[in-house]
Design a binder for this molecule. Structure first.
Ligand code: HEM
Length: 149
């Protein structure tokens, strides 16, 4: 065998098939995100919380949230970000705000989709809300409230 360095070969694993979590199209996700944030912006409690961070950059937020939901529901892999750090940095966020968020989200999914699809999306949203809530408000001695489970 020669002393010359042997070429290194790296084999990539074949990518996993992308299985959608729920049966929903990218267009329906776009509709959900647009409709949800239109409601949020009108909401007397949550509207100002969002506006404080997103005034002037709403279009960017909506595009980011569409990527987020496509990644979550369709496993598209398009989203990268820091949701925990971003929510932990919101100064006026209160524990019950997550309940209001979920109520507005549920009203939106119910108005757009059949009950089965709406329930599946809501289950995923509640799971993420729970982990954001725990990251922000949880302690080793506290549990998430019942409305988050
Ligand atoms: C009361 C509850 C919530 C409030 C007030 C809130 C508010 C906000 C605000 C103001 C931002 C923009 C932050 C920034 O760009 O600095 C943001 C980003 C985001 N939110 Fe929420 N949010 C809430 C709950 C949720 C929930 C339940 C989810 C998921 C199911 C979620 C997902 C996200 C994501 C993915 C981002 C983008 C983070 C990034 O990558 O920059 N939020 N939220």
């Amino acid at each position: 065998m020669s002393d010359r360095p042997q070429p290194i070969t790296i084999e990539a694993r074949p990518s996993q098939p992308r299985t959608p979590v729920v049966e929903i199209s990218p267009e329906e996700i776009a509709m959900l995100v647009d409709r949800f944030y239109a409601e949020i912006r009108r909401h007397p409690r949550l509207g100002p919380l969002f506006e404080a961070r997103l005034a002037g950059i709403w279009d960017m937020h909506l595009e980011r949230m569409k990527r987020f939901w496509r990644s979550v529901l369709l496993h598209s892999g398009e989203y990268s970000g820091q949701p925990v750090a971003k929510h932990n940095a919101l100064p006026d966020l209160r524990e019950d705000d997550f309940m209001i968020w979920l109520e507005v989200f549920e009203t939106t999914t119910d108005s757009l989709f059949d009950s089965q699809l709406s329930a599946s999306i809501l289950t995923v949203a509640r799971r993420i809300a729970r982990s954001l809530w725990l990251a922000r408000f949880g302690t080793p001695f506290s549990q998430a409230p019942a409305w988050l489970s």
